[in-house]
Design a protein around this ligand. Structure first.
Ligand code: 15L
Length: 265
């Protein structure tokens, strides 16, 4: 399956740069957007439109003419509330309002494990577990999930919220042996999120087929996501690092070091 035009926000970000290449087969034209400048310039089958997500009119224009939105834009780490408010909270509202106004029926929302970050690494969760955000960033992703739920119930706009674990070329520490999501698995998951019918608002944990996982995706089984990669080949390399203290948030909480960020005054 293939859509005519997909919008990717956050296209200059860590995952956006990767997705610019890997989601190409999902659309005739990929519209790329970011607040930061994007190199290289638009290639064949690409459109580049810089946009500040906090600017409602600009987001409205950005969304016009697309068939689906991959919303990966915004602040991606813990920051003071005011920064998160503009990019993530106002930003996600602008995306959904624009989707409503322009009849866009499918959004893939880059949510995060930080919506449940304060659970212990000894706990098992599924998509119905109560959220325990680990900061303003996690709160903004939690708000984004609620925004997705509301826009489905009220306007029938469907969303898959992917609670991304840690999507990097390889797991960087012990925690990421559980949270790692390979780029290939992320791309597969986005394909399922775009092309599975009747997703309503589905929450899925974005992780590879790692050995020790904390999250159960059975409530998202209709997506048919089947991870192919695992953090296991990187275990020896990661475990060669000095072990953190037993009371280090990095090994206590699912959200890791985010749980110890701030305060900012
Ligand atoms: C996130 O949500 C961040 O965007 C990313 O930079 C990683 O820190 C990731 O979570 C993680 O928890 O490893």
């Amino acid at each position: 399956p293939r859509l005519a035009r997909i919008l990717l926000t956050g296209a200059a970000g860590g995952l956006g740069k990767v997705l610019r290449e890997t989601v190409r087969p999902f659309a005739e034209v990929l519209r790329l957007s970011d607040i930061a400048s994007m190199a290289p310039a638009a290639g064949p089958h690409e459109e580049v439109i810089p946009c500040n997500l906090a600017d409602k009119a600009a987001v409205d224009a950005l969304v016009q003419g697309v068939d689906a939105i991959l919303h990966f834009g915004g602040v991606s780490v813990e920051r003071p509330f005011e920064e998160i408010l503009e990019a993530n909270i106002r930003g996600v509202f602008h995306i959904y309002e624009a989707a409503r106004r322009h009849g866009v029926k499918r959004v893939v929302f880059a949510s995060s494990n930080h919506v449940i970050g304060f659970y212990g690494q000894d706990q098992q969760l599924d998509a119905a577990s109560l959220r325990r955000p680990d900061g303003y960033y996690g709160l903004s992703k939690s708000y984004g999930e609620d925004m997705a739920s509301f826009y489905f119930d009220r306007y029938g706009i469907e969303t898959v919220s992917i609670r991304i674990g840690s999507s990097f070329p390889e797991p960087q520490n012990r925690r990421m042996l559980s949270t790692w999501l390979s780029y290939d698995d992320l791309t597969q998951l986005i394909g399922k999120a775009l092309f599975t019918a009747n997703v309503g608002h589905t929450v899925v944990y974005g992780m590879s087929a790692n050995r020790d996982i904390w999250w159960d995706n059975r409530l998202a089984c209709h997506l048919g996501y089947a991870a192919k990669d695992s953090s296991e080949p990187f275990r020896a390399k990661v475990e060669a690092q000095p072990a953190p203290a037993a009371d280090d948030p990095a090994v206590l909480y699912q959200g890791g070091a985010f749980c110890a960020a701030g305060p900012f005054d």
